[in-house]
Design a protein around this ligand. Structure first.
Ligand code: CP
Ligand code: NVA
Length: 301
């Protein structure tokens, strides 16, 4: 592995121009660009949590880029018996050319990246999900053109996916209206980060106010993986279901996005999920194209 590589950890630590380059490369890959930057290279993927899209799209991405992927469950690794993350990073770096990790604590991702001598990609932590939001930016641009100056709305929990969306609002320069229960609002530190960068972010507890005039409406699970207080969350989030009535307030051209898996009847109704405004399966597909561009960027020397 060459010394020149880049981690893909979060959208707030990567420059806007680099993220734009990745999106344009994702569009090229989707259009059939045959580049094989992973020829002869291996991606290791560590999962501390379940996954369908991340697992399959990264594995297919590695293959389509000329390389291959190894899927590891931390339970089956010595990590699960107490080997440190730092030592795991050092060992994996001797075998593979990139590491993707899906884990709980963000500190584990950062520790892995600190000790790995190959690129590390964030495949979701309790704090963020940057690969997802790159796919979402690609999806919105495909359907509605440049994301710059668009207005997006988030309805539901102030969670990991929202954190990456806030980062993207600054990096891609769009407005973001967030509706969450006060108890589940995003971290003040995140909002301060955005405010210091003149972010056009509004925070409300009213879903109707958030979606008014929006070009796209986002929902996500009311109970994310690893969250213990499911009953309390469901109670607080009951008024935040995205249904046809709420989508009407957003306007007929508004897209509906959801990173999936959806909990139909909970955060979103079947009518919206399966309706004409929904682009959720394009989003899922775009994980593949976006991650090919992310892997290429990470490995570029
Ligand atoms: N959206 C997403 O990350 O899906 P998976 O949990 O299936 O990977
Ligand atoms: N917020 C969700 C996203 C799943 C892809 C979770 O963390 O479970």
């Amino acid at each position: 592995m060459s010394a020149a590589f880049r981690h893909f950890l979060d959208l707030d630590v990567i420059e806007a121009s680099e993220l734009r380059r990745i999106i344009e490369r994702a569009k090229a890959f989707k259009a059939g660009d045959p580049a094989k930057p992973m020829a002869g290279r291996t991606l290791a993927m560590i999962f501390d949590k379940p996954s369908t899209r991340t697992r399959v799209s990264f594995e297919v991405a590695a293959r389509q880029l000329g390389g291959h992927a190894i899927v590891l469950s931390s339970r089956d690794m010595q990590l699960g018996r107490g080997e440190t993350i730092a030592d795991t990073a050092r060992v994996l770096s001797r075998y593979v050319d990139a590491i993707m990790i899906r884990t709980d604590s963000h500190a584990k991702l950062l520790e892995l990246a600190e000790h790995a001598t190959v690129p590390v990609v964030n495949g979701l932590t309790d704090s963020s999900h940057p690969c997802q939001i790159m796919a979402d930016v690609l999806t919105i641009e495909e359907h509605r053109g440049a994301i710059r100056d668009k207005t997006l709305a988030w309805v539901g929990d102030g969670n990991n996916v929202l954190t990456s969306l806030v980062h993207a609002a600054i990096r891609f320069d769009f407005s973001l209206n967030i509706a969450t229960p006060a108890e589940l609002a995003p971290e003040p530190l995140l909002l301060r980060w955005a405010a210091e960068r003149q972010g056009r972010i509004t925070l409300t507890t009213d879903p109707l106010a958030a979606v008014k005039g929006a070009d796209a409406v986002f929902a996500d699970a009311w109970v994310s993986m690893g969250q213990a207080d499911a009953d309390r969350r469901r109670r607080l989030l009951e008024p935040y279901r995205v249904d046809a009535g709420l989508m009407r307030h957003a306007g007929p051209d508004a897209l509906f996005l959801h990173c999936l898996p959806a909990h139909r009847g909970e955060e979103v109704t079947d009518e919206v999920m399966d309706g004409p405004q929904s682009v959720v399966f394009d989003e899922a597909e775009n994980r593949l194209h976006a991650q090919k561009a992310i892997l290429e960027w990470c490995l570029a020397t």
